[in-house]
Design a binder for this molecule. Structure first.
Ligand code: EPU
Length: 420
């Protein structure tokens, strides 16, 4: 297992290019199952999770190749309709093949993802929606079996706006007979990107980006090859914005979409960052960090995927902050690790109280999930002396070349391969 060793207290300055969005790449890669034509996907980040879904697509029968231009995927025919446990257990987003498999083959078998380090994360809303569309669903020995000769359109109201649930049902509905209307659907930019990709293939989808999405099933497979560029990763951008703040640095993030970053910019500005839009990117200058109150919410609210990184920044603020996590019930593993570095941080229920301290001190800490791991790296960038962040594989699932990007703006961060 690799670890990062960080020598902290270096002011970061320079330019970081933001890569393609992990959470857009994953559903779009899954959506290639809906057609036997070839797809060229551009701006797909090279990450643990995109590699895992590529492997899953190959198991199902896809040809997946990295070429000079981008990632080429072609699923001439589906050979297996099963997402096995060895892949699902490493990446919950494997659930995204359920809708496309059911639409294309009338059958799908998915090892049920269990709980994970950020919460219980059931998939009941995906399964209830598929049942409403006529799928027969049973669960045996930890495997979801779904069957439907042809799904039919339905009116589906999500009790909670689920991101992968909305994406799964949107994909399933492209092959259904009739129209599907989703209400209280997730509005995240990644949902919009999937809808745009599906529309490029020839499917009919309206309303993505609003809580009401209408999908008209088409009675045939798409007959076009596609080339598609994935949107930039707003959470990667937010994480490096936090790096500028915590080191009182000055970082220009190129190739990001400011319109996807409104709530993140709002919270970071309130906490003291100077943020300006320049050309095709955003410049972030850190200064004195002010305490804030922030609550995570579905888009357009402040994203839960930035909660841990914000806490790392607030650990060095001039007063008391409260961060309330309302999306996941267990996204808190980074709290005890930040406390090991000197943060004054306690949580009760959904609320975490962070009393700013003048300095953090380097320590050995352990990443136990992707964003929590990123928060520990941020804390290490600001801390005195050395911070050792172990279990970097969590971070590699969602950040492409993090150490290279941070070194490029002046951080002292080294990857030690094979460390315990
Ligand atoms: N929920 C249910 N039942 C369901 C589905 C969801 O109760 O059937 C609950 C969840 O337990 C959670 C809430 O609904 O409390 C929202 O979960 P959602 O389904 O939206 O999460 P997700 O689709 O599993 C995606 C991202 C996550 C991100 C969340 C929230 C992908 C591949 N994953 O997960 O990304 O945190 O939306 O925005 O898109 C990450 O990148 O670090 C990450 C975890």
């Amino acid at each position: 297992m690799d670890k990062f060793v960080i020598q902290g207290r270096r002011r970061l300055s320079g330019k970081i290019a933001i890569g393609g969005a992990k959470n857009a790449a994953l559903p779009i890669m899954a959506a290639t199952l809906l057609s036997s034509r070839s797809h060229l996907l551009l701006n797909i980040p090279t990450l643990g999770d995109t590699t895992t879904i590529g492997r899953l697509l190959q198991r199902l029968g896809a040809t997946v190749q990295y070429t000079k231009e981008g990632l080429s995927i072609c699923v001439t025919s589906i050979e297996h309709c099963e997402a096995p446990y060895d892949l699902v257990k490493t990446m919950r987003a494997s659930v995204l093949v359920l809708g496309p498999l059911l639409a294309r083959c009338g059958e799908a078998h998915l090892s049920l993802p269990g709980g994970c380090t950020i919460g219980s994360r059931p998939i009941n809303l995906h399964l209830e929606a598929l049942k409403k569309m006529g799928a027969e669903i049973s669960i045996n020995h930890g495997v979801v079996h779904a069957k439907a000769r042809r799904l039919h359109g339905a009116d589906i109201h999500f009790d909670i706006p689920t991101v992968t649930g909305t994406e799964n049902i949107m994909m399933a509905a492209t092959g259904a007979r009739g129209t599907t209307l989703l209400t209280n659907a997730a509005c995240e930019p990644e949902v919009v990107d999937l809808a745009t990709f599906l529309t490029t293939l020839g499917f009919r989808i309206e309303g993505a980006g609003t809580p009401q999405i209408r999908i008209e099933g088409i009675g045939h497979e798409p007959d076009r090859d596609t080339a598609y560029v994935i949107i930039p990763d707003r959470i990667e951008a937010g994480t490096y914005m936090a790096a500028a703040m915590i080191t009182r640095g000055d970082i220009y993030l190129s190739t990001c979409h400011p319109s996807h970053l409104v709530s993140i910019c709002g919270a970071l500005r309130e906490a003291g960052a100077t943020i300006t839009e320049e050309n095709d990117g955003i410049r972030v200058q850190g200064g004195k960090i002010h305490p804030v109150r922030v609550t995570t919410r579905p888009h357009p609210g402040f994203p839960t995927d930035m909660q841990a990184q914000l806490m790392a920044v607030l650990a060095l603020s001039s007063g008391m902050s409260v961060v309330t996590e309302t999306v996941f019930d267990g996204r808190l593993n980074h709290i005890a690790e930040l406390a090991r570095m000197g943060a004054d941080i306690t949580h009760h229920g959904q609320d975490t109280t962070i009393r700013g301290v003048p300095r953090l001190s380097g320590a050995p800490v352990m990443a136990s999930d992707l964003r929590g791991g990123a928060a520990l790296v941020l804390a290490g960038l600001a801390a005195e002396d050395l911070t050792h962040v172990s279990r970097v594989y969590h971070i590699d699932r969602g950040y492409e070349k993090m150490e290279a990007k941070l070194s490029g703006v002046g951080a002292s961060i080294e990857r030690i391969s094979g460390a315990v």
